[in-house]
Structures are given as C-alpha cells and as structure tokens.
Design a protein around this ligand. Structure first.
Ligand code: SF4
Length: 301
C-alpha cells in the first residue's frame, strides 16, 4: 500500500477539523464565496462573519449590488477596513452583470478580468465555488508549503509564480479533490501552521514535514510591528468616512472640519478619499460618498 500523499493527509485532517464557516456550507453560491474572499483578504474571520451575512441579505446576487450606488456599498462595508474593497466589489458586480448576465463566471480568465479580482481571488472562486483544480495561494498556504516541502521556516514576502507552481504540484489531479486540498492547505496555515506558533504535534503532516525533520526551533515569525493607527492619516480617513457614512447625502465642509483639528492632515486625508474613488466633492463646499443621495448639503448640526 502506498503512503498517503501530502494533500491526502491534509484533506483528511480538514474534513475532521475544519472550522464551521458559513461560506463553506454546501449550496453556497459563487457570489457569496466571492464576497467572502474579498472581505477575508485583510480582515479577520470574526469581523467578516456579520458583515458577510448582512451584505448577502441585502445583495443576494451581483445584479442587486450593481443596481445600488457605490455609496451604499461603502456604507454597508462599515468598519471592515480598506473600504476601497467595497467599491471594487460593486465594480465587480457591475461587470458581472454587463459581461456575464449576472452570473459569476466559472472560467479563470473571465474571473481574472473582473475589477478587483486578482490571482488569489480568481483561483479561490474557481476552486471553492466551481470545484476546479487551481493552486489557491495565500500567505498561509505559502508558509505551509515553504515549511513542509522546502524546509524553510517562512515564505518570502510576495506571491510569485513559483509559489503557484509549488502549490499546484501538491494538488491531486481530480478537480474536486484538488479544490478540497486547496481549502485544507489554507485552513492548516490559518489554525495549525501559524506564523509564530506552529502546533507541530497536532499537525497532520508532521511526519513528512521537511522543516520539522530539520529539527529547527519554532520560528519567531515575521517581525512585523503592529501598525500605528492613532494620529495617522488612516485614522483621519476613518473619521471622515464615518461622518459621510452616517449622512444621507452631501456633508458641508465645515462639518467635516470638526472631525480633526490639523487642517493639513485633514485636507490630505480627504483628498486621499477622493483620489481613491470613495468620496466626491459636491458644489464646491460639500462632500459625499460616491454617488450618494441628493445634491443638497445637509444643514450644519
Ligand atoms: S509540522 Fe509544523 S512546521 Fe510542518 S507543516 Fe505542520 S505545523 Fe507547519
């Protein structure tokens, strides 16, 4: 009897131990999976869960989102962070309606051509929504492959074509099994082979892991300092967006001036929001979320 492959070991473990997440349930459609993948890229699962449910309650398909202005997408995005993702997701919904009759395409090249859908997201949707065989390589997968196969404690900083090749070589040939293995690799990296505290004794591939076999100590993990938030332009952008999200239409400049006392920094943050396509000026003395409501500024509080 031959030894189980790396993918088989991880897939078996996944079937027993995968977290119970709603976008993994049978029958969840490609749109719901696409939304989850976009939200999860820079936001932890626990914060994505309520936002994902609320988003799909309101916009159960791309056509529903495409029919609303970008402002509503930004508003619903709330405090998930990196709100350009909301606008790009709406742009994506519009493209799906215009190019594909409202159905998320199942071909990789068509997915890659959608706004805001990159190498990772396109392959994740093709694999998890349509059961296709593609290497789905996020930071967690790169770390698992780097340790288990190459014996390196951590992967390099960027996703490279070589990562796709290394991951694809591990996938079973049968598409459904490959899609399962892709989900399993991601899960293993997220909950067992973590950056700072890999739990090797609990790992299904401990017996074949090159890094474990090398006898090296647990890696210290990436030495990333927590990003400072207080006092940054990001904080100011968040405060400005918070006011604009609460409003239903244009907000007078004077109201926005109240959120931050540093005129230069506030102006820079506001200009950044405009450049990023999240906010637009109205009539020279007010701003609103892109495409939001009537063109009359709200009265000052
Ligand atoms: S044995 Fe340890 S280092 Fe190797 S893949 Fe598993 S958790 Fe990661």
């Amino acid at each position: 009897m031959t030894e189980p492959t790396f993918a088989t070991l991880v897939s078996r473990w996944y079937e027993e131990n995968a977290r119970d997440l709603p976008w993994r349930e049978p029958g969840v459609g490609a749109w719901a999976i696409l939304v989850s993948e976009v939200m999860l890229q820079q936001t932890p699962v626990v914060r994505v869960l309520p936002a994902w449910r609320a988003w799909l309650d309101r916009w159960p398909d791309p056509a529903a989102l495409a029919a609303d202005p970008p402002a509503e997408a930004i508003r619903m995005w709330g405090r998930l962070g990196y709100p350009r993702r909301a606008v790009r997701l709406r742009d994506c919904a519009v493209a799906i309606v215009e190019r594909h009759g409202g159905a998320v395409p199942d071909k990789l090249d068509q997915l890659l051509a959608l706004p805001g859908v990159g190498t990772y997201t396109a392959r994740a949707v093709a694999a998890f929504a349509y059961g296709q065989r593609h290497p789905v390589v996020d930071t967690n997968v790169r770390r698992v492959v780097s340790r288990a196969v190459a014996g390196e404690p951590d992967a390099g900083p960027a996703t490279r074509p070589a990562d796709l090749v290394a991951c694809e070589e591990l996938l079973p040939l049968e598409p459904a099994a490959a899609a399962l293995a892709s989900a399993a690799f991601m899960e293993l990296g997220a909950v067992v082979c973590t950056a700072r505290s890999p739990r090797c004794p609990a790992c299904p591939v401990e017996s074949v892991c090159a890094w474990r076999a090398s006898g090296q100590e647990a890696p210290a993990g990436p030495t990333r300092r927590p990003q400072r938030y207080a006092g940054t332009d990001r904080q100011v952008r968040g405060l400005l967006l918070g006011v604009l999200r609460e409003a239903t239409g244009p907000v007078p400049h004077q109201r926005l001036d109240q959120v931050w006392s540093d005129d230069v920094q506030r102006a820079r943050a506001l200009a950044g929001l405009v450049t990023d396509g999240l906010v637009e000026p109205v009539g020279g003395a007010a701003f609103r979320l892109v495409g939001d409501g009537p063109a009359t500024p709200l009265p000052l509080p």
